[in-house]
Design a protein around this ligand. Structure first.
Ligand code: NAG
Ligand code: NAG
Ligand code: CA
Length: 249
């Protein structure tokens, strides 16, 4: 598994080294019949600055999504093997701490302080500590303007590091939007979403719990999802903890 993972990493490195502006690429290229481990196609073209690049077609997209899955499960396995595990929580007091973004919804996170109250919203964040994920907020530092908003436009995801479920309950603060189809927190075990939760169209976060007794011993992660720019389509989140353990360096 690890060997496969490493060749996947090599594959990704090649992809990114030679990646062109795919949006602008009108592919007219000759196949060099060089396939990389059967997962991708290397082509030569005349509208890229680099001569060799990977054609960003459906096959490559499929290959990439397979590679991403394999990398994630590799990361998951490494995390599960870590010898020095201990109880952990994610409260954003020292930054994103290994949470990974896609898209732009979470670019300004974490948020400092009770930013909704700073703009007299009447719905205090009730965050834990000073820092939290405020999906509509734009106060990524103490120095940034209190009350500043990025609004509901940006979309994206924010995924936690992998952790191990060691007991029956996971706990977190959640607020923001209320349409679970568009904005939510997910618990993912083996690439399957096994729990979902959203806010109640109120900036104020409240404590929620997931019963995870069915997943004890499994490796999992939480993913915050913002798939809409509609009104109140952002998610607030903080203080993920409970019966979980993490590998420590
Ligand atoms: C493809 O190869 C042919 C024959 O070698 C050549 O004439 C043509 O210019 C090449 N096309 C591209 C896009 O490189
Ligand atoms: C928002 O949630 C808080 C905490 O649950 C509650 O006290 C408040 O009344 C709610 N506000 C609105 C407008 O629903
Ligand atoms: Ca916090």
């Amino acid at each position: 598994m690890i060997n496969t993972g490493i060749s996947f990493i090599a594959f990704l490195a090649i992809f990114f080294t030679f990646k062109c502006d795919v949006g602008a690429t009108n592919v007219r290229a000759n196949l060099t019949s060089q396939s990389y481990k059967g997962k991708g196609i290397v082509v030569e073209g005349n509208n890229c600055k680099k001569k060799v690049y990977l054609c960003h077609d459906k096959e490559i997209k499929t290959a990439l999504s397979q590679i991403q899955k394999s990398l994630a499960s590799l990361e998951e396995k490494i995390s599960a093997m870590h010898p020095n595990r201990r109880a952990c929580k994610f409260d954003f007091e020292t930054g994103l701490s290994g949470w990974k973004r896609t898209g732009t919804a979470f670019n300004n996170q974490p948020t400092y302080g009770d930013n909704p109250t700073a703009r007299k919203r009447g719905q205090p964040a009730k965050q834990q500590g000073d820092w939290w994920i405020g999906g509509a907020e734009n106060r990524p530092s103490k120095a940034a303007t209190p009350g500043a908003l990025q609004g509901d436009g940006p979309q994206g995801t924010l995924a936690s590091p992998f952790f191990k479920i060691v007991g029956k309950r996971i706990s977190f603060l959640i607020g923001g939007g209320c349409d679970i189809k568009k904005v939510r927190a997910e618990l993912i075990v083996d690439h399957q979403v096994v729990k979902r939760s959203t806010g109640s169209c109120n900036e104020t976060m409240s404590r929620k719990f997931w019963d995870v007794h069915a997943f004890v011993g499994r490796t999992a992660q939480v993913k915050l999802v913002d798939h809409s720019s509609d009104g109140f389509c952002h998610i607030n989140f903080d203080d993920l903890g409970g019966d979980i353990s993490c590998g420590q360096k």
